[in-house]
Write a protein that binds this ligand. Structure first.
Ligand SMILES: NC(=O)c1ccc[n+]([C@@H]2O[C@H](COP(=O)([O-])OP(=O)(O)OC[C@H]3O[C@@H](n4cnc5c(N)ncnc54)[C@H](OP(=O)(O)O)[C@@H]3O)[C@@H](O)[C@H]2O)c1
Length: 252
């Protein structure tokens, strides 16, 4: 059994790699930082096969390179964890548009492209699982992380639609929606964690939930009771009202 995990060099992806390995999965790990991937290969490579692909997935040509490497190995990917993702905190009008577009490229275009190519192979084999990592940010607008929130709404919508399309195919698609999780995400996206203190789950806990989600029956998984409540209550209020509430809580 093979699991391909994008964004495996830190946070949720790295912990997911450890859990999949513990459960006997061979690993195909992708991220930019090769030294991190090699470290993980040293750590896990004694018990399972580990292949690393240090690639910047925000660049279209590297996605083709990824498919080529999978093809060359002649392996079937049983579980795809489409996890690599970035966000950036700040007012959209003051943002670096190149950075914002790269967020869309990675969180939306790359995730879609990988799901299309590897998902098609799964469909032809009649089995496989795709876990697309969205976020609780998918359920409402996120002022000061406007583009990031919108990309995660896309991931949620796309995943549920795909899940329904593939219902009879043997391929399972899960929209996995973590709430605030303690990883490098906050640092990378210049997001202060002070607002979340007490509500942040650890990446190991979230990765365990991801593993469970990949092997369960639910097509939409939100991590943690607090986050489930937030998501549920957000459905009861007007959407713009929620956007303003989120704005208040995200204000610097
Ligand atoms: N942490 C949270 O609070 C939270 C909440 C909800 C959802 N999520 C989602 O969970 C997923 C994982 O995030 P995390 O919290 O684990 O954050 P993280 O620790 O920052 O991990 C992000 C991973 O994505 C990889 N990545 C970033 N840009 C990439 C690129 N251009 N090409 C290839 N890989 C790239 C990073 O590796 P390299 O830098 O080595 O490339 C890293 O392995 C993301 O989709 C995120 O949106 C996180």
């Amino acid at each position: 059994m093979w699991a391909l995990i994008t964004g495996a060099s830190s946070g949720i992806g790295m912990e997911a790699a450890r859990i999949f390995a513990k459960n006997g999965y061979n690993l195909f790990l992708v991220a930019r930082r090769s030294e991190r991937l090699e470290g993980l290969k040293l750590e896990l490579g004694t018990s399972v096969e580990v292949v690393t692909a240090p690639l910047d997935l925000s660049m279209a040509e590297n996605i083709d390179e990824l498919f080529l490497r999978v093809e060359e190995l002649d392996i079937d990917i049983d579980v795809l964890v489409n996890n690599a993702g970035v966000g950036e905190y700040g007012e959209f009008m003051n943002s670096d548009i190149e950075k914002q577009i790269k967020i869309i490229d990675l969180n939306v275009k790359t995730l879609t492209h990988i799901a299309r190519v590897l998902g098609d192979k799964m469909k032809k084999r009649g089995c496989g699982t795709i876990v697309n990592v969205a976020s609780t940010a998918a359920f409402q607008a996120v002022p000061y992380m406007a583009v990031y929130g919108a990309t995660k709404s896309y991931v949620l919508s796309f995943s549920l639609a795909l899940s329904a399309e593939l219902e009879e195919s043997g391929v399972t698609v899960v929209a996995f929606c973590p709430g605030a999780t303690k990883t490098e995400f906050q640092e990378v996206g210049s997001l202060k964690t002070s607002k979340f203190r007490g509500k942040l789950l650890g990446s190991e806990t979230v990765a365990k939930l991801l593993y469970k989600a990949a092997h369960g029956n639910r097509r939409l998984v939100v991590t943690g009771v607090y986050n489930k409540l937030l998501v549920f209550s957000s459905r009861l209020m007007p959407r713009y009202f929620i956007a303003k509430l989120v704005k208040k809580s995200y204000e610097a």
